[in-house]
Ligand binder design. Sequence first.
Ligand code: NAI
Length: 384
Amino acid sequence: MKVGVLGAGTMGAGIAQVAAQNGHQVVLVDLGQDVLDRANAGLKKVLDRLIEKGKMDQNGADEVAGRIHYSTQISSFEGCGLVIEAIVENLKVKHEVFSAIEKVVDENCIIASNTSSLSIASIGSALKNANRVVGIHFFNPAPLMPLVEIIPAVQTSVETLSKSVELIKSWGKITVICKDTPGFIVNRVARPFYGEALRIYEEGIADFATIDWAMTELGGFRMGPFTLMDYIGNDVNYTVTETVFAAFYYDPRFKPSFTQKRHSEAGYLGRKSGRGYYNYSEGAEMPQPNKDEKLGTEILNRILVMLINEAVDAVFLNVASKEDVDLAMTNGVNYPKGLLKWAVEIGLENVLKKLESLFEEYGEDRYRPNPLLKRMVKEKKSFF
Ligand code: NAI
């Protein structure tokens, strides 16, 4: 099956590589030849590195590269069985391209979006036959990250969904199915990792380095929240938070932080600008954490119960199954454990107790324990 990818930026180029590595002929379309040339040069570099690492031989790399065809014309998608769109996050532009794609492909072609923040239903509304729309949400870098969220919109047919899942699984990816809701699974459930860490800092409980230390050393997370935000970019991470907050009709659970906004406004974007929460310029000293275990455990527990509360909420509102929520967080953002599995290990009653004490102390809605968690503790039930 021929696969089309629209947008040859970070995500589109990565998705095209994944499809080509799995034997598909791929048509990669972008607005200008310069972008396509850049994508082509980037792919060559990636393949060279795979050869160096012994993961591929020259022959294999030539074959993969040979399967990707570059074009500036949407009409080149003719004959594709699947087209994945990975262009700018702009609904109007997405509508235009979806409508244009539908005109050149045949009726069985699935038209997917890799969007992170727009609803699949809204994008699909541009199609005459919206049964064929679906969200296929990869993580960056697409060739390396195992998780793909598959999002059926209200219009999506059962067949479109099952075909999409089957295909993406055949590419060696771990698929999870989630409802067409803001942030899907990962970008919704992960919010407190940043938000609660920022709040703890703002209250003066601990500094960036100490919070990062607590999460990595005591919690087993690969990166602390501030190190991670510096990697992602404070501008990008802030925008996601703001988008999710607005999309949830300003639910206080998702309230963005002034600290992050100010860092972003100041141009302290993170690694890419040489400075974020930390200073990355040459010779700059990294601040040392306060390795007080009692304080560290308190920080970890507070952030963890907030993450668990979000994971439970996703199950409560049928955003995804409990298995998929855990798979998403371990494979999309490398959490050391699934949050629901973690909750069971800690004891659901202990998670609830901690949330209730935060809720009582602050009187803020962001700490309200999820009804499903309360119900499960009351009925002495467990997730697994
Ligand atoms: P990017 O800015 O690297 O690439 C976007 C590409 O789309 C550019 O090459 C641009 O020239 C092209 N483009 C824009 N309008 C076009 C049009 N009308 N026709 C053809 N090509 C057009 O963006 P990136 O990061 O690759 O993101 C693309 C999509 O993937 C967005 O929807 C984003 O939300 C989503 N996404 C991004 C992730 C990330 O970490 N960067 C992760 C998962 C999803």
